[in-house]
Design a protein around this ligand. Structure first.
Ligand SMILES: CC(C)(COP(=O)(O)OP(=O)(O)OC[C@H]1O[C@@H](n2cnc3c(N)ncnc32)[C@H](O)[C@@H]1OP(=O)(O)O)[C@@H](O)C(=O)NCCC(=O)NCCS
Length: 146
């Protein structure tokens, strides 16, 4: 997904508001999740979001989202955010994020998603790393239960 950054995307400093970028990330990842699940999906968590550089008004913001792994009802989507200076063609890596979406049925209960089979070494690496993040999240949840 690509969007031109306009004045209404600005924060008080004149650069692009982080919250706007977060919404674009959620939308791009949600489209990938829904396209895979072909049913309603909800954002369960944003596992990691790092802003490396600011985005400026007039930049073309491009979000590249891909399915990394599926569980029974959940999907991990990775998003890479890039900003292009349209006058110079310079492209900068702005942020990366991992989001987990869960497919839900008409009663809003988690419902199974088709399994994802990675094709190629890069996709296999992403799937392996997604599994490591999910295991870490489960372990953290267990340790923080009241
Ligand atoms: C996400 C939600 C459907 C999970 O429901 P739940 O009853 O807790 O689900 P379960 O414990 O049965 O887990 C279902 C799956 O979700 C995953 N999951 C649940 N909470 C999660 C979290 N915080 N982060 C990542 N994954 C999570 C589980 O690992 C499981 O995955 P799997 O089936 O692939 O193994 C529920 O918490 C919810 O509706 N949350 C609100 C979502 C929302 O409104 N988002 C913002 C707007 S879209």
């Amino acid at each position: 997904m690509s969007h031109i950054m306009l004045p209404h995307n600005a924060n008080a400093n004149g650069s692009v508001h982080g919250g706007d970028i977060m919404k674009f990330i959620d939308n791009a990842a949600g489209a990938v999740a829904m396209r895979h699940a072909r049913t309603t999906v909800v954002t369960a968590s944003i596992d990691r979001l790092i802003f490396h550089l600011p985005v400026f008004i007039g930049n073309l913001l491009t979000l590249k989202a891909s399915l990394n792994a599926t569980g029974r009802t959940s999907m991990e989507i990775g998003v890479r955010v890039e900003a292009e200076d349209l006058k110079t063609g310079e492209i900068r890596h702005i942020a990366s994020a991992y989001l987990t979406f869960v497919a839900i049925d008409a009663e809003r209960k988690p419902t199974p998603v088709p399994p994802y089979r990675p094709l190629g070494k890069e996709a296999e690496r992403r799937k392996r790393e997604a599994a490591e993040r999910k295991n870490a999240l489960i372990a953290k949840k267990k340790n923080t239960k009241p």
